[in-house]
Design a protein around this ligand. Structure first.
Ligand code: NAD
Length: 363
């Protein structure tokens, strides 16, 4: 009898609560004993607790070290900044893991794809270090850069800083290689633009290369990011695990999600130092479908598969993935987005897709 896992469950908002409930039921049907600690973050927390980040919710994640999270709406231009970004910063969730795999029954532009994108989540151009037009800070930074580099920056330019550290590159590289070893992968490809950004991307490439030496059983190579995009579209089967700095990782992971059928089937995980990990679908809260029992819970269920593997329940994760793959391959009990025609009246709802997956698991 395995021990009970304690997991923080964040329903989110919009369609979040529906897909979280479907996923919770499917995970429970694997028989893995889990005690869920349900916590609100974001818009629903604001209503109840007056803050998007109630201490109880953050403490729960800190204590359990594992969270399964529904999408959270970011209210543009008011209230608070993206809660998703804030969560990443709060727990230093430096590794963004995005596997992308073709499932028969999902319409895709490509044949067989089975890729894993490992994106650095904290540094690079997305660190949030920006200077706006007309501010004294911009003038100071422009002056300092011009003096140090001898380069001239136009006065009507805003500035964003890209930084890449040795520590940040080493830990994401180690994460990618460890993931490859644990998950039976053969190759890691570092993606960069070191031919142009010789110092920042050059450092990334050098450090990933150094880490690669500790993993002789895993093949290592590198690609320049523009060439990588073309190759992923033409021959994705040549690649296995990709490791990238933040900005390239953001773009390439969406490209790769597109190769396997898009938002409805794309899971993700954000993993930090000291083992804290938050699993989610990469899509948003799709608010226009909220409360309609309509959207596809598969992306969050696939995030549940990643979570089960992460907590050491690999066999249960494999069973859940196979059950989903079987339902999708059969094509009968699937949501509207997986039907050939979007208004196909035979499409089932969120709950019924979960029922079909659970029936497979229990067959
Ligand atoms: P979205 O991903 O919520 O939805 C875009 C469209 O994609 C939907 O209208 C729907 O047609 C389709 N779609 C999305 N998920 C689907 C599913 N599971 N099944 C079937 N169809 C699905 O993107 P958006 O409308 O740009 O964002 C809505 C909100 O979500 C925004 O506030 C955004 O900031 C937030 N968001 C949150 C996360 C997160 O929590 N990780 C990620 C992305 C966006």
């Amino acid at each position: 009898m395995s021990t009970t896992h304690h997991i923080t469950l964040i329903p989110g908002d919009g369609t979040g609560p529906e897909i979280v409930e479907a996923t919770r039921r499917a995970i429970e049907a694997t028989g893995v004993p889990i005690e869920w600690d349900v916590q609100e973050i974001g818009v629903p927390a604001m209503a109840k607790h007056g803050t998007p980040f109630p201490t109880e919710a953050l403490d729960s994640i800190r204590r359990n070290k594992v969270g399964l999270k529904g999408p959270l709406t970011t209210e543009l231009g008011k209230g608070f900044r993206s809660v998703n970004v804030a969560l990443r910063k709060e727990f230093d969730l430096y590794a963004n893991l995005r596997p992308a795999k073709t499932y028969p029954g999902v319409r895709t532009p490509m044949g067989n794809v089975d890729l894993v994108v490992v994106r650095e989540n904290i540094e690079d151009l997305y660190a949030g270090i920006e200077f706006d037009l007309g501010t004294p800070e911009l003038a100071a930074v422009r002056g300092a850069i011009e003096q140090a580099s001898g380069a001239k920056i136009r006065e009507d330019a805003a500035i964003a800083i890209k930084y890449i550290s040795e520590m940040g590159s080493r830990r994401i590289a180690k994460f990618a290689f460890d993931y490859a070893v644990t998950n039976g992968r053969k190759k890691v490809t570092a993606v960069h633009k070191a031919n142009v950004m010789k110092f920042a991307d050059g450092l990334f490439l050098r450090v990933v290369g150094e880490v690669a030496k500790d993993y002789p059983q895993i093949e290592f190579e590198d690609r320049i990011v523009d060439n990588m995009c073309m190759q992923l579209v033409q021959k994705p089967e040549l690649y296995d695990v990709l490791v990238l700095p933040n900005l390239y990782g953001d773009i390439v992971s969406d490209l790769v999600a597109g190769l396997v059928g898009g938002l409805g089937v794309a899971p993700g995980a954000n993993i930090g130092e000291n083992g804290i990990a938050v699993f989610e679908a990469i899509h948003g809260s799709a608010p226009k479908y909220a409360g309609q029992n309509k959207v596809n819970p598969m992306a969050l269920m696939l995030a549940g598969v990643l979570m089960l593997r992460h907590i050491g329940e690999r066999e249960a994760g494999d069973r859940l993935e196979q059950a989903m793959a079987a339902v999708v391959a059969e094509g009968r009990n699937v949501t509207y987005d997986l039907k050939a025609v979007r208004d196909d009246p035979s499409a089932v709802g969120t709950k019924e897709f979960a029922d079909a997956v659970i029936a497979r698991l229990q067959a």
